[in-house]
Design a protein around this ligand. Structure first.
Ligand code: ZN
Length: 55
């Protein structure tokens, strides 16, 4: 499960990846309908590979 932040309206939403391949995927914001690249707007993740996360 990932947490995405919409670049247009700034709202956060959950995104569940079914196959773990995110780099090409797009998601439509559930609040404003704006479509954005999933991989560019992840704010948190259950994965431990995020370079910008701090403890
Ligand atoms: Zn939005």
């Amino acid at each position: 499960m990932l947490l995405l932040k919409c670049p247009k309206c700034g709202n956060s939403m959950k995104y569940s990846s079914t196959d773990g391949i995110l780099y090409k995927k797009r998601k439509a914001c559930v609040y404003c309908g704006h479509s954005f690249k999933v991989s560019s707007h992840i704010t948190s993740s259950s994965s431990k590979n995020l370079p910008n996360s701090k403890p």
